[in-house]
Design a protein around this ligand. Structure first.
Ligand SMILES: Cc1cc2nc3c(=O)[nH]c(=O)nc-3n(C[C@H](O)[C@H](O)[C@H](O)COP(=O)(O)OP(=O)(O)OC[C@H]3O[C@@H](n4cnc5c(N)ncnc54)[C@H](O)[C@@H]3O)c2cc1C
Length: 411
């Protein structure tokens, strides 16, 4: 492979960028694809404990990972199918239960650890002859000349990337895909602005071992200070471990981070109404400030944004990666369509079609998450009544439930 000149270069080796590289490579063996990742090495998948950063993968995401050949290496073991989802309001009696039986499916989705999915995708890419996986390449600057992007990594890395030219003039590509996460360098270099909503909340994530089995259920309790989720984990021999995502107002989150493990476990158990008995053990805690961002445009000349580089949302519905994988699917379809018609994948009409198909959908989800967040954060009596009545009405209507489940699973 001519490593200096590619058809497509993807910047960012998170789940979305890796999936994009794999899908394009599998569907178009004639394309030369580079995946550029800033980190020089990936942390190994822990064999004796769970990674606290997880994703809830929908059926569409599952199918995509299956198509690229990544699912089979972890799906049966380290992805936990969940058959039920229970949501309830801390300030009232409203609650709703969604069950996979409502839609006659074996499950509603799978919870998988980020590092497990990333490792499976990387293994797959390493086996594909038309993909070059370049670690330690943090895109810093670029220029465009005769329809080609010239990509340059951060200067202190240039000489240590094996096989790349030493003068710093690095990699040329016809199409550049920015999958470099919420603080995207590609988006900045394209001078695309992103609208930002700061939630004044922090998400704490950790793994908790509970007294009772998680029952293959995704649990979410809406507290006034933010949603608290317990997501079932599988793969290490029991059904008592859950990934906890606790979104809390900043002040509360700061206090929770400072607590020792025992005190934190007690607070967690109380906030979760001991639904799974005692919280017996908690793992290391990580915190992420929460904000939503939406790029004003998804493309520039010869370059396009996918995943969190284009949109990042509140994790309350666990849809971030799923939306990113939808981008992957749609962009792949548009590239296939362009190739069939003899068009360049970087043709502006191709990128505009991708944007038309994805931006509205993502905007609607972002809006829904913000509305949801405001509705559940409101302490006012009328709002409390409204949301409790709403939850109970949904719970009492099998048709409405079915529609909600099918809509959520299609993402
Ligand atoms: C607390 C929390 C809980 C969440 N829970 C869920 C959930 O349950 N379900 C769900 O679907 N989503 C969830 N999400 C969201 C989900 O994690 C993100 O949507 C997802 O990780 C985005 O994937 P990505 O590949 O687009 O970006 P990222 O995962 O951010 O990957 C970006 C990659 O680009 C690399 N990079 C960055 N800059 C450069 C550069 N200049 N050059 C080269 N490489 C670069 C980075 O090293 C990184 O590997 C959650 C998020 C948070 C914060």
């Amino acid at each position: 492979m001519n490593r200096q000149r590619m058809d497509i270069a993807i910047v960012g080796g998170g789940m979305v960028g890796l999936a994009q590289a794999a899908l394009l490579a599998v569907r178009h063996p004639q394309l030369q694809i580079a995946l550029l990742e800033a980190a020089s090495e990936q942390p190994p998948v822990p064999a004796d404990h769970y990674d606290p950063r997880v994703v809830a993968l929908t059926q569409s995401s599952h199918e995509l990972l299956e198509e690229v050949g990544a699912w089979e290496s972890f799906g049966g073991e380290r992805a936990c199918p969940y058959t039920e989802m229970r949501v309830w309001d801390a300030e009232g009696t409203g609650s709703v239960r969604f069950n996979s039986r409502d839609v006659r499916l074996p499950n509603l989705g799978h919870i998988a650890e980020n590092s497990v999915v990333v490792a499976a995708l990387r293994r797959r890419l390493e086996a594909l002859p038309n993909v070059e996986l370049v670690d330690g390449f943090r895109l810093e600057s670029w220029w465009r000349d005769c329809g080609l992007w010239h990509l340059q990594p951060r200067s202190d890395r240039v000489n240590v990337i094996e096989g790349l030219e030493e003068n710093g003039e690095i990699l040329r590509t016809r199409l550049l895909i920015g999958a470099d996460g919420a603080r995207s360098r590609v988006r900045d270099l394209l001078r695309i602005r992103a609208r930002e909503t700061v939630y004044n909340q922090t998400a704490l994530v950790c793994v908790a071992r509970c007294e009772k089995s998680h029952q293959h259920t995704a649990w979410q309790r809406f507290l006034k200070t933010g949603p608290l989720a317990f997501l079932p984990l599988a793969g290490l021999g029991d059904e008592n471990h859950c990934a906890v995502v606790w979104s809390a107002d900043r002040e509360l989150a700061r206090e929770l981070v400072m607590l020792d493990d025992n005190a934190f476990a007690l607070n967690l158990e109380k906030a979760f109404e001991s639904r799974l008995g005692n919280v017996e053990e908690v793992g290391e805690r990580f915190s992420f400030p929460l904000r939503a961002r939406h790029a004003e445009s998804y493309y520039g000349p010869g370059a396009v944004l996918i995943g969190d580089a284009a949109h990042s949302i509140h994790p309350l519905a666990g849809q971030g990666v799923n939306l990113g994988l939808q981008d992957v699917s749609v962009l792949s379809e548009e590239i296939a369509r362009a190739l069939k018609r003899g068009l360049e994948p970087a043709d502006p009409s191709v990128l505009a079609r991708y944007q038309r198909r994805r931006r509205g959908d993502n905007a609607a989800t972002l809006k829904a998450m913000s509305t949801f967040k405001s509705l559940f954060g409101a302490g006012d009596l009328h709002w409390r009544w409204l949301r409790n009545t709403g939850l109970s009405m949904v719970d009492a209507s099998p048709l409405l439930k079915k529609r909600i489940i099918l809509r959520a699973m299609a993402v």
